[in-house]
Each structure stands twice: as structure tokens, then as C-alpha cells.
Write a protein that binds this ligand. Structure first.
Ligand SMILES: Nc1ncnc2c1ncn2[C@@H]1O[C@H](COP(=O)(O)OP(=O)(O)OP(=O)(O)O)[C@@H](O)[C@H]1O
Length: 354
């Protein structure tokens, strides 16, 4: 009967890859005992956005096998590395960029990192926004100092399940940082290569806004998996976001998606939704860039940042936190699609996106 169960599983497609779970090597275990099938599915990320759908499809297919009366589905996850891992021990480097300042790039970076870690991934966060490092404060570690370990490597600070390094933990608070191009280059390289990141599934990099030296330096020296562009929906922000996309395109860095932050506002007293800046404007950036999520303006996002706990952890039920969680999972889904596309030679070129 196990063969019949495997045959049934080979009819279940991964919704993103349009390949069946058996040939994708995602069935870690399938056993049958007195009509009860136990199936363990090995996902390509613990933050899989389509876990519920996969579970439902597996259940339906296996229950259709004659003699099966119950199906127990469990999940494991192993993030597949790209053909060329970015750094020793670090599978995927994901850049979070924006065309202009103040659109919520750091807030998205911090919440995405915390959300991926809560889902079970091993996550690092590098604050490469050397001009305005805010990650330390948003992670509730503004006063902490980065130390060196026995191998004289920078020991990342750990908070909310995320290892992070920020200039905010190296320089005194409130002190202006004056950087020239070569200094910037070496500071970011040190953060990347001289920090004891250990084994990471995802290293999230909070870039400075715009299209300057840090972005170039990063894209030229390590193999990044891709970039995410954070924007607000109004025209002035979108023009700058398009410029950032163009920079990544020229540097051959795949744009994994766009996050529309401050997309809309729901008045807490009336429940009315206001599209303050023109919700959905980021779709105009082009069909080829998946919209990873629309995050509303929410006072909790700001207050939680100021208090040092990302909104996805402090107020997980709020609309903004749920949108940010979805952004993180959709991003992890995009990374999985690209890694699998790389490793499975005969996958179709056109993969659907979440
Ligand atoms: N969805 C949101 N709702 C409410 N406040 C938000 C939201 N997103 C960001 N903010 C707030 O807006 C301000 C700017 O956000 P953030 O620092 O993340 O932007 P940034 O793009 O990284 O800025 P910079 O370019 O200065 O690095 C912060 O006070 C943050 O708490």
C-alpha cells in the first residue's frame, strides 16, 4: 500500500514549482500502518507561504487511496543553498533596499528577519545603512556593544532569535558618521566577512536608501541571492524605486519582489480604510516584480520599533504584523523557487510567483 501512497503523492504538485513532491525530493518519509498513512514533507523553507495548501493537497490525494482511513502530515524544512553560497556557512544574502529614505526599509528588514526566525529559520541581519543605522535600536539593543570572539571575529548580537551587527553598536549613539567611499566599502566588507555569523539560512541586509557606494560594493563582492525594494505607493517614491530596481538589474542582482509600505490606513475608531498615498501604486513598477505584500500604516509598527520589539512579535495579530509576516514568507518562497530552479536543470523557465 506504501507504493499506492507514493503514487498518490506523485500527483501532488508544489504550487510554486509545478512539479510533484516526489520528484522534487520533498517526501522525507511515507509509511502506512493499519490504514493510517504518515507522511513527512520536507519543505524548502520553514517560512513556506503555501504550507497549508500543500498539507491539504497531500491529505486529499492520500485519502483517495483505497484502504487509507487517516493521514498524518508532518513537516520538516531545509533551506536549499544556491549553486554558489554567498559566504561560508551563509546560504542566502537578501538585500533590502529603497529608492528613497523614510519609506520603512529598516522596519521591513527588522520585521522580516524576526518573522523568518520565528518560523524556524536561522537568520542574520546586517545593518549596512551606515549613515543612519537604526537596526540596533529597533531590535531593543541600542546600548549593546559588538565584541570580538576568541578568533578575533566580530560576535553578532542576538535578539528576538536574530543575530545582527549594526554600526549603531560600534559608534556612540547620536554621533554623526562621516564616510568616504573606500571606508564604506571596507566597513561593509568587515561586517560581512569578519563577523562570526555561523550557519545561516538567510542574511538580511538593510541597505542605505538610494543607489550609492554601499549597494555597489555589496553587489560586486559577494554572490547575493536577490534584492527586495521597499516603497510607498505615491509617484515620487515609485520613481526612486524604479531607479533602485534599475541599479540592481545593471548589477545582475535579481529583484525578488516589491513591498508596498504605508499602503493604506484603517482608522481604529471607525474601521474605514483610507488609501492615503494611493494604494497599489507599486504594481506600476512592473508585472515582473512580485508584490510581496502591502503593509498598512499602523501606529504599533512605529511604537514597537521604538520600544525594541518588532511588530510581528509584539502585535502578531495586527493587520500590519500579518502583512509583514506574509512579506517574509513570500520572500522565503521566492528564494526557494530560485534555488530549486537553479538546482533542477530541466525546470521550465517561467515559474509562477506567489
Ligand atoms: N507601516 C508603518 N506604519 C507606521 N509607521 C511606520 C511604518 N513603517 C515605518 N514606519 C515608521 O516610519 C519611520 C521610518 O521608518 P524606517 O526607519 O524603517 O524607514 P527607512 O526607509 O529605513 O528610513 P531611512 O532611509 O532613514 O533608513 C520610523 O519611525 C518607523 O517606525
Amino acid at each position: 500500500m506504501r507504493e499506492a501512497v507514493m503514487a498518490a503523492l506523485s500527483t501532488v504538485n508544489d504550487p510554486e514549482l509545478h512539479r510533484d513532491l516526489v520528484s522534487l525530493g520533498m517526501i522525507e518519509q511515507a509509511t502506512v500502518d493499519s490504514g493510517v498513512a504518515s507522511v513527512k514533507v520536507n519543505l524548502t523553507t520553514p517560512a513556506c507561504p503555501l504550507k497549508g495548501k500543500i498539507e491539504g493537497d497531500v491529505r486529499e490525494a492520500v485519502l483517495a487511496v483505497p484502504g487509507i482511513t487517516r493521514v498524518d502530515v508532518t513537516f520538516g524544512a531545509m533551506v536549499r543553498p544556491p549553486a554558489q553560497p554567498a559566504l561560508p556557512g551563509v546560504k542566502h544574502v537578501l538585500l533590502i533596499g529603497s529608492g528613497k529614505g523614510g519609506v520603512g526599509k529598516s522596519s521591513v528588514a527588522v520585521n522580516v528577519a524576526a518573522s523568518l526566525a520565528r518560523d524556524g529559520a536561522r537568520v542574520g541581519l546586517l545593518d549596512a545603512d551606515v549613515y543612519g543605522p537604526s537596526v540596533a535600536h529597533m531590535m531593543g539593543q541600542g546600548g549593546a556593544k559588538v565584541t570580538a570572539n576568541a578568533e578575533r571575529k566580530m560576535q553578532p548580537i542576538e535578539a528576538h532569535g536574530v543575530k545582527f551587527v549594526s554600526m549603531g553598536n560600534l559608534s556612540p549613539a547620536g554621533q554623526a558618521l562621516v564616510w568616504r567611499g573606500p571606508m564604506l566599502h571596507s566597513a561593509v566588507q568587515q561586517f560581512l566577512k569578519d563577523a562570526a555569523w555561523g550557519e545561516l539560512d538567510y542574511l538580511i541586509v538593510d541597505l542605505p536608501p538610494g543607489t550609492g557606494d554601499v549597494q555597489l560594493s555589496l553587489t560586486q563582492t559577494i554572490q547575493v541571492t536577490g534584492a527586495v525594494i521597499v516603497t510607498t505607493p505615491q509617484d515620487v517614491a515609485l520613481i526612486d524605486a524604479a531607479r533602485a530596481i534599475d541599479m540592481f538589474r545593471k548589477a545582475s542582482v535579481p529583484v525578488l519582489g516589491v513591498v508596498e509600505n504605508m499602503s493604506y490606513f484603517v482608522a481604529p475608531d471607525t474601521g474605514h480604510t483610507y488609501d492615503l498615498f494611493g494604494r497599489g501604486g507599486s504594481r506600476r513598477l512592473g508585472e515582473e516584480y512580485p508584490l510581496l505584500g502591502e503593509v498598512p500604516i499602523d501606529i504599533d509598527v512605529r511604537q514597537d520599533s521604538d520600544r525594541g520589539t518588532p511588530a510581528v512579535l509584539a502585535h502578531p495579530q495586527s493587520a500590519a504584523a500579518q502583512a509583514l509576516t506574509q512579506v517574509a514568507r513570500n520572500l522565503a518562497g521566492q528564494v526557494s523557487v530560485r534555488s530549486l530552479a537553479q538546482s533542477l536543470a530541466n525546470l521550465p523557465d517561467q515559474l509562477t510567483v506567489v
